[in-house]
Each structure stands twice: as structure tokens, then as C-alpha cells.
Design a protein around this ligand. Structure first.
Ligand code: SF4
Ligand code: SF4
Length: 470
């Protein structure tokens, strides 16, 4: 039997099935113990996080009063760490060629009726211009695993192309990259290409489920996939993004394993995950999400988000357009700090009309970016296109240190307003501009006189096209 070892970079040690089962037994037992749950909430109120056992016991509790307390505490923690800004991004699909056979994804190799396409650099330019014209500044690159069609050189060339496009007032300032697990050498090259976050979803931490869902292709190697973040961090990438695809396996197992993974990274590399994404399985070509018996109901989904916020308060939480507006709104209150907006989930979907049958999954929020920006402000959130930390060297351990002291919002709020000024001036509809003006007045009135003076100066510069981040 393999032993749990948080410091090991072997998947079987840091994601240890025996330990997870033991955590679940403990959590099921403690979930009935109201004194324990209250003491755990008291600990969460100190805003320094919860360990896997504590968070899982809260997840499994069924007491409505406790759940309400989890929700209100999560809102409090979120506000203390991040203020009211929400960072916006868009996915950009470069190629849907893939040699894997993930049973939940329509891009798997055996799907012969989906149209395959890999964008040329010219096509990427057109996509990026379309995204810049919407107002986006931060992208997440997506592509299937295919050494022949999508080699790393193609990814690196595409990143270079993207950073080099400046159309009108547009510029992509942060390119996050979601590519298949790879070697330390390749991660070093991605790092040199100045990527933002390296994102890789685990899909499921349960080894047996993982192997059943990935019957062939390089992704079938559970250990290689699970150890990818260790290799990325050993290669010098400081910001990594975790995620599981909820619905593939029991949610409690995934939740406990996800927190163990975060704890492992923090212990070994001094920085936990920069972000955690919480995708739920969606319908797609040949995929019926309802046929998966582990489909996650809304109430548990929201509880997971709130508990992630309490457990890893310093980690950004991401929700995509897989979720409908109503769920996104609730999730924002409970801890989500980044969302996608105006997304297309197929290759070439921004510059041309998207063919829904070629999308990787069905989008549930079809609003434009402008509508999402207006909606965020109407609900008291500052839409942010901020990418300051990367340029200012606030990454990895340094970022975590500021974040853990609950000081990051001192940067986030003014930077959000600067990028909002830039957005309103260049891309917003008249209605959204009007909502934005009212928001500026409100947010500035909350600041000290010296901050107000500094920001007022920088806001006019941002409107004129120069964003000077804090
Ligand atoms: Fe390929 Fe990724 Fe889809 Fe799997 S999830 S089939 S690796 S594109
Ligand atoms: Fe993100 Fe840093 Fe900007 Fe805050 S200041 S929104 S943490 S990039």
C-alpha cells in the first residue's frame, strides 16, 4: 500500500486513495457533529483557510443553518481578500485536433463527424482582433493534444503572434495556456514565452474513473497527468491553475483530492494554485451530461465554491460560460473571482459565425461581453481587465505573500477601475458607459483623499489610452 506523502512528487503519494477514503470517513462522521462544524466555521472566520478534513466535513453536513453560515462567511472572505472586482477573460481555441479519447469531450480522436481545424497564424490574428474589438485583454489558449498537428512550436508561435497584435486600442496582456501535460523542458519553453497561468484540469482524481474515461492516448497515463503541475513548477512556472470536471466522479472525493493537491503544491513550492476552475460536465456532440450518474446539483455546486473560498482564500476561483447567468450570479457572491464573458468554445468562433456542432461544450451564458460588463456593475461588482501582477513581478510565492496578508485588493480595486475606464472609453455601449460612470463615483468616494487624487489622474490617462497599473 502506498503511503500519503505531501512532499513527494509522485501522484500516488500526494493524491493518495487511502488517505482520501480516510478523509471521507472522518468527514461523514464529523458532518453530524454540530459542535465540530461550529468550531470549524470559527476557524474559517480567521480567514487563513481550512484543511481538507475540515472543509470536507462542512461539505458533507446537511444542516441548513450551517450551510447558510458557510455561504455568508464565504462572501465575507471573498470581499476581504479581493474586494468587489471580477476579472474577465475569454478562451481561445487554436486547434481541435486531438489524439486522446476522453469520453466526455467531443474532440476525442474517434469522433469522425466533427470538423477538425487548426488555425493558421493569419486566422489567429483575425480571432485576436475580434477579441480585442470586444475589449478582452486576457486569454486562455485551448487546444487538443496532438504532437503532429499541435506541437509545442505551434503553441509558442501562436503566443508570440497573440502578444504582437495591437489593433486600435487593443492588446492581449496575459496569455494563459491550457495544454496537455508535458515535459519539464517544454514547460521551461512555455515559461520563457511569458505565459500567464499554466492551466490543466485533472478531470477526475479517482484513478479507476480516470482510466475508464481515458481509454487511450497519452492522457491515459494518470500519474503523468497528475504530476504535471509539479513538473511545471519545477520548470519555473509560478502560476498554475487546477480544476476538476465535476460530474465524472463522486463530488466529495474530487473535492478532498483537489484540496490535497493544492496543499501539496503549497508545501512543496511555496505557492498553492494560482487559480482553481470548477467546470461542470455539459452536453456536447455525442455527450449527454444527464447520462452521468454523478451530475452535480446546483446547491452542492454552490457549496463547493463557498468551501473552496474558505479553504484556499488566496486562490482565484474561475467559473465559465458553461454556467447560466443565475448560477454565475450566486457563485460570484460566494467566492468566484474570475469569469469568462462573450465566449466561443470552438476553433475560429470569434471572427466567423460559430458552428455550434463544433463547440467543445454547450455554453449556457450567451451574453456579449458588453452585456456581462453591464450586468456585473449592476450587481455591485467592478469588471476588471487587469493583468498588473504579471508585469509587476507579483507571481507565485510573492503574489501569495501579498494575498495572504489580505493586501491584494489594494491593487485589485484601483487597477480594476483603470481597466474599466479603458474599456468604457473604447468598447462600451452608451448604456454600459452610463452605469460605469455611476460606479466610478461610488468607488472613488470610498477611497482616501490621496488615493482618490492618484487614481483620478491615472483614470484620465487610462481613458486616453495609457493604463498605469499599481
Ligand atoms: Fe482532447 Fe482535451 Fe478533449 Fe481530451 S478533453 S479529447 S485531451 S481536447
Ligand atoms: Fe489580478 Fe493582480 Fe490585477 Fe488583482 S492586481 S486583478 S490579482 S492581476
Amino acid at each position: 500500500m502506498k503511503k500519503y506523502d505531501i512532499m513527494s512528487d509522485k501522484a500516488q503519494n500526494f493524491i493518495n486513495p487511502q488517505r482520501i477514503e480516510q478523509t471521507l470517513r472522518f468527514a461523514y462522521f464529523k458532518a453530524q457533529d454540530k459542535d465540530y462544524l461550529r468550531a470549524t466555521l470559527h476557524k474559517a472566520n480567521a480567514m487563513n483557510g481550512l484543511n481538507t478534513e475540515q472543509a470536507t466535513a462542512l461539505l458533507l453536513n446537511q444542516d441548513e443553518e450551517i450551510t447558510e453560515e458557510i455561504f455568508s462567511l464565504a462572501a465575507k472572505v471573498k470581499s476581504a481578500y479581493y474586494g468587489n472586482r471580477i476579472v474577465l477573460f475569454a478562451p481561445l481555441y487554436l486547434s481541435n485536433y486531438c489524439v486522446n479519447h476522453c469520453l466526455y469531450c467531443p474532440y476525442h480522436q474517434q469522433n469522425k463527424h466533427i470538423e477538425r481545424h487548426k488555425m493558421s497564424q493569419e486566422e489567429i490574428k483575425a480571432e485576436v482582433i475580434a477579441l480585442q474589438d470586444m475589449g478582452h485583454k486576457r486569454l486562455a489558449l485551448e487546444l487538443g493534444e496532438d504532437e503532429q498537428n499541435n506541437p509545442l512550436e505551434y503553441v509558442l508561435e501562436s503566443i508570440d503572434t497573440i502578444y504582437g497584435i495591437h489593433h486600435k486600442a487593443g492588446a492581449i496582456r496575459r496569455v494563459n495556456v491550457n495544454i496537455a501535460a508535458t515535459t519539464i523542458e517544454n514547460y521551461k519553453r512555455l515559461h520563457e514565452a511569458k505565459i500567464g497561468t499554466y492551466i490543466l484540469f485533472q478531470e477526475t482524481y479517482n484513478k479507476a474513473s480516470y482510466e475508464r474515461l481515458h481509454p487511450q492516448g497519452p492522457k491515459a497515463d494518470y500519474a503523468y497527468h497528475t504530476e504535471a503541475m509539479d513538473r511545471a513548477m519545477q520548470a519555473g512556472i509560478e502560476d498554475v491553475g487546477l480544476g476538476v470536471l465535476f460530474g465524472l466522479n463522486s463530488y466529495a472525493y474530487e473535492f478532498a483530492a483537489l484540496l490535497d493537491h493544492a496543499a501539496h503544491l503549497e508545501k512543496c513550492y511555496g505557492a498553492g494554485p494560482h487559480t482553481i476552475s470548477v467546470p461542470r460536465l455539459r452536453n456536447a456532440d455525442g455527450i449527454n451530461a444527464k447520462s452521468y450518474k454523478n451530475a452535480l446539483p446546483d446547491d452542492i455546486f454552490l457549496k463547493i465554491i463557498a468551501l473552496l473560498r474558505l479553504s484556499v482564500p488566496y486562490t482565484g476561483l474561475i467559473i465559465s460560460t458553461r454556467e447560466p447567468e443565475a448560477i454565475r450570479l450566486k457563485a460570484l457572491e460566494l467566492g468566484i473571482s474570475q469569469i469568462s464573458g462573450g465566449s466561443k468554445t470552438s476553433v475560429g468562433g470569434y471572427a466567423k459565425k460559430e458552428a455550434p456542432q463544433n463547440a467543445q461544450f454547450e455554453v449556457a451564458d450567451h451574453r456579449t461581453l458588453d452585456e456581462v460588463v453591464g450586468w456585473l456593475m449592476e450587481n455591485g461588482h467592478i469588471p476588471s481587465f487587469c493583468t498588473a501582477c504579471y508585469g509587476k513581478g507579483r507571481q507565485g510565492e510573492d503574489f501569495m505573500e501579498i494575498c495572504k496578508k489580505r493586501q491584494i485588493h489594494n491593487f485589485c480595486t484601483p487597477n480594476a477601475l483603470l481597466t474599466l475606464a479603458e474599456y468604457l472609453n473604447n468598447y462600451a455601449s452608451p448604456e454600459v458607459k452610463a452605469i460605469g460612470k455611476a460606479m466610478f463615483a461610488k468607488e472613488l468616494s470610498r477611497m482616501s483623499a490621496s488615493r482618490q487624487a492618484l487614481l483620478t489622474k491615472r483614470l484620465s490617462k487610462a481613458e486616453a489610452g495609457t493604463v498605469e497599473f499599481l
